[in-house]
Design a protein around this ligand. Structure first.
Ligand code: PEP
Ligand code: MG
Length: 569
């Protein structure tokens, strides 16, 4: 069987399916006669759950460090807590209810109690109790509870969706690819797959309904296709495709240390987008000339509390040092939208993408914002740092954020720290109001980085995560190109530079357009850098630029694509 989805990360993977989902945890109620035996069943399930959690904790510690293992220590504590366990046993003994029912009732009571507390930390405990008691319940029912961190054979993950923290738990050695029901090219699971350099298909709509654990799967991240239980012949065809792709990569690799120069001698900068200091190596190996976007929110995810200033300083310093004198653009915290932080206790919103997020949140929570700025400023002594603020909608927001930055800079200098004096301060242009008003912004910012992932969704009013409206998510729409052009022209008229760090920057159809519009810096998934360089070396920038007015006067994305095809062939 073949399913079509959205190609989210290139390459071909062939391996067995591993379904990442909660098993069916329903059960029939019954009265227990031998309560001692039932208590023993509970004890056994607790023991297996604990040894599983210990293994996961050890694994997480080894792979991702102490910080990421913390959450599993918290889970272990829950299972050792007599205040939770004793009432379950009492329910079995006195009410003669099954271990399953007793566990579920007591857990529900605690979850309810914690959920309604004022303190965000205590509310977070509700999630811990839910997580661990579901694990114990699965063992009581003899169901398989998925443990992605413990995978020890080559697999392809099949899931409805992967949250950023699910993706962060995946073991790079054994997870060969993934395929999901929902999501688009710019959902964070797709972005993470590209930084892990594993093939991925998202938005297949119903792969979880069609695949069983252990089915043979082919993920073709080049054409957006998933094959379920393919024939021997199909496997051979895809093995060939895998080999050809590897050869193609070798060709691209020859340009690793070359400059990115168009056929008519115009230079542009190609950078990589990263989520963690570990991703820098991928950017360097793929010939990146900069880090054009460091998404710092990953430092804040998969934990139970905010990262300290010191932890952040170490992470930023590591990225800067690895890049040497090459530019590193760090974006301040961009939470909200699809990037949730449970411990920050943000209320659920009707429209999270339009809500209290990113700079809006940071300006109101200086206790979160200032430590990040301090860590960045301190790290500036170790490389070529540029700072940018996400989701800027008004000039006041930029001025306010910059004032806080300057305030911390002053304070740190007074404390005796060495801070670089050449840190550029820019903004993401991802809200249409800012793209329209770029001329006014250009007088005050040092640079722009166009975040098309959001700019397209806000301009076209089409959710970037929703495959039902993905037909409206049109990077080549003349409305988008007009905004992009406006930003680039505004930057240049003030002697500033304009980059792009949305996924559009690495898109082979968009690249010639952006080159012609005069984009100075393209920042993309590391694996797109070398194909982009290869492409740009074959393009004439002036020829495309000469057709700019014609391009911007077009009426549909389709016309744009057809015109560009003709122009660049
Ligand atoms: C963007 O919106 O284009 C962007 C780069 O930011 P993110 O994908 O993290 O929202
Ligand atoms: Mg964005």
């Amino acid at each position: 069987m073949t399913l079509q989805g959205i190609a989210a990360s290139s390459g071909v993977a062939i391996a067995k399916a591993y379904r990442l989902e909660l098993p069916d945890l329903s059960f029939d109620k019954k009265t227990i006669e031998d309560t001692a035996k039932e208590v023993q069943r509970l004890e056994d399930a607790l023991t297996v759950s604990k040894s599983e959690l210990e293994k996961i904790r050890e694994h997480a510690k080894k792979e991702m460090g102490e910080e990421h293992a913390e959450i599993f220590s918290a889970h272990l504590l829950v299972l050792d807590d007599p205040e939770l366990i004793n009432p379950i046993k009492e329910k079995i003994e006195y009410d003669k209810k099954s271990a399953e029912e007793s566990l579920q009732e007591i857990a529900a009571m605690f979850i309810d109690m914690f959920k309604n507390m004022d303190n965000a930390y205590m509310r977070e405990r509700a999630a811990d109790i839910k997580d661990v008691t579901e694990r114990v319940l699965a063992h009581l029912l003899g169901a398989v509870f998925p443990n992605p961190a413990l995978i020890n054979e080559e697999v392809i993950i099949i899931a409805n969706d992967l949250t950023p923290s699910d993706t962060a738990q995946l073991n790079r050695e054994f997870v060969k690819g993934f395929a999901t029901d929902i999501g688009g090219r710019t959902s964070h699971s797709a972005i993470m797959a590209r930084s892990l350099e594993i093939p991925a298909i998202v938005g297949t709509k119903d792969i979880t309904a069609k695949v069983e654990n252990g089915d043979m799967i082919i993920v073709d991240g080049l054409d957006g296709v998933v094959l379920i239980n393919p024939s021997e012949e199909e496997i051979n065809t895809y093995r060939d495709k895998q080999t050809n792709f590897a050869k193609q990569k070798e060709e691209w690799a020859k340009l690793k240390d070359e400059a990115t120069t168009s056929k008519d001698g115009q230079h542009v900068e190609l950078g990589g987008n990263i989520g963690t200091p570990e991703d820098v190596q991928g950017v360097i190996n793929n010939g990146g000339e900069a880090v054009g976007l460091y998404r710092t929110e990953f430092l804040y995810m998969g934990k139970s509390q905010l990262p300290t200033e010191e932890e952040q300083y170490e992470a930023y310093k590591s990225v800067l040092e690895q890049m040497g004198d090459k530019p590193v653009v760090v974006r301040t915290l961009d939470v909200g939208g699809d990037k949730e932080l449970s411990y920050l206790d943000l209320p659920k919103e009707m429209n999270p993408f339009l809500g209290f997020r990113a700079i809006r949140f940071c300006l109101e929570n200086e206790n979160v914002f200032r430590p990040q700025l301090r860590a960045l400023l301190r790290a500036s002594a170790h490389g070529n740092l540029k700072i940018m603020f996400p989701m800027i909608a008004t000039l006041e927001e930029f001025r306010q954020a910059k004032a806080i930055l300057l305030d911390e800079k002053e304070a740190l200098k007074n404390e005796g720290h060495t801070i670089s004096d050449s840190i550029e301060v820019g903004i993401m242009v991802e809200i249409p109001s800012t793209a329209v008003l770029a001329k006014q912004f250009a007088k005050e910012v040092d640079f722009f980085s166009i975040g098309t992932n959001d700019l397209i969704q806000y301009t076209m009013a089409a959710d970037r995560m929703n495959e039902r409206v993905s037909y409206l998510y049109q990077p080549y729409h003349p409305a988008i190109l007009t905004l992009v052009n406006n930003v680039i022209e505004a930057a240049h008229s003030e002697g500033k530079w304009a980059g792009m760090c949305g996924e559009m920057a690495g898109d082979p159809i968009a690249i010639p357009i952006l080159l012609g519009l005069g984009l100075d810096e393209f920042s993309m998934s590391a694996t797109s850098i070398l194909p982009a360089r290869t492409q740009i070396r074959d393009l004439s920038k002036e020829k495309i630029a000469a057709n700019k007015d014609k391009l911007l006067a077009m009426s549909t994305a389709e016309e744009v694509v057809a015109f560009m095809k003709e122009l660049t062939e």
